[in-house]
Write a protein that binds this ligand. Structure first.
Ligand SMILES: [Zn+2]
Length: 314
């Protein structure tokens, strides 16, 4: 392990990573930006990127309109370095669970309490007077190597918001995996997206996450372009992806409980595929693609219920 590799300090990790401006008296009217990292506990990159941004905002005493808040997702899983405790937090952020939790019902899985705390943070931000617009970014990484990209729900405001980033945009995942944190915030009427920065432990993922936060703060008029090395961050993202096209999710390969899925080796995110091409095995049976398109989120880890998706140009 390289000495300079950033490691998450699990001892000091808290729900709210930071907020800026720190003092309410220094705050001015403007957009609010809620950035979340570690909704999956084995994805520290987003949290590390958020920490970097706060450190720099404070050190350089940058002037920001509105407010930026950074939060951890699955805090207990992050501290343990595991993806989840009982359930995938990125599947249980539903309005139904929200209703149950608000009615004071205890749900029998750990992630309910994580969701409950996130819900309260969002509600408090919604109620704040200086908030003109609540934007969000949910930062993730993937098990396999991938160029950074954005996943966005089918909502025009969010799509237009996402298209400001120099990255490929995939829309429509909520049809296949409802209950992700982005989906919940979208259903509460907020504008934002999920960003996948690359492989879980690749140091570049942290750089891409950090760059995306700076770029979006400029795009939302929270920060002056000249206050930061904007062009550096923008081109870092722009040069990271071989494509800047828009895609739409058209297929999901489900893995039922107690089924054994194995992705064929060699597929990367956005790998082009043809109809009839062999992609994986499920319980030893070969799976071939019924479509031409591109493979999206091929599963190369043991936990998960989505084998792969297929996307087509939107
Ligand atoms: Zn994730």
């Amino acid at each position: 392990m390289k000495a300079n590799r950033e490691i998450l300090d699990k001892e000091t990790l808290t729900r709210v990573i930071g907020q800026y401006p720190y003092e309410p008296t220094n705050q001015t009217r403007g957009s609010y930006l809620l950035v979340s990292g570690g909704i999956h506990g084995n994805e520290p990159s987003g949290v590390l990127a958020i920490q970097r941004v706060f450190k720099k905002l404070r050190k350089e005493n940058l002037s920001l309109k509105g407010k930026m808040v950074g939060v951890t997702g699955n805090l207990v899983a992050l501290k343990k370095g595991v993806r989840m405790i009982d359930k995938d937090l990125n599947r249980v952020c539903t309005l139904k669970n929200e209703e149950q939790l608000k009615a004071g019902k205890a749900l029998d899985f750990h992630e309910a309490s994580e969701f409950n705390e996130l819900m309260k943070i969002i509600e408090n931000l919604e109620d704040e007077e200086l908030n003109t617009n609540l934007h969000f970014m949910d930062l993730h990484t993937t098990s396999s190597n991938t160029p950074p990209y954005i996943s966005v729900n089918r909502r025009e405001e969010s799509f237009n918001f996402a298209k400001q980033m120099p990255l490929p945009v995939v829309k429509g995942i909520e049809k296949y995996i409802p209950g992700h944190f982005d989906h919940y915030q979208t259903m509460r009427g907020h504008t934002g997206f999920t960003m996948e920065a690359g492989q879980h432990d690749d140091p570049k993922s942290i750089d891409y996450h950090e760059a995306a936060i700076w770029v979006i703060m400029v795009k939302t008029d929270m920060l002056e372009k000249t206050a930061i090395p904007y062009d550096h961050y923008h081109s870092l993202l722009e040069n990271a992806s071989p494509t800047h096209d828009n895609f739409e999710v058209t297929y999901r390969q489900e893995i039922g409980e107690d089924h054994y899925f194995r992705m064929d080796p060699g597929y990367a995110n956005f790998s082009k595929i043809n109809k009839g091409q062999r992609l994986a095995t499920l319980d030893g049976e070969t799976i071939v693609s019924n479509y031409s398109g591109r493979v999206f989120l091929p599963l190369y880890q043991t936990q998960g219920s989505d084998g792969f998706f297929i996307v087509k140009p939107a």
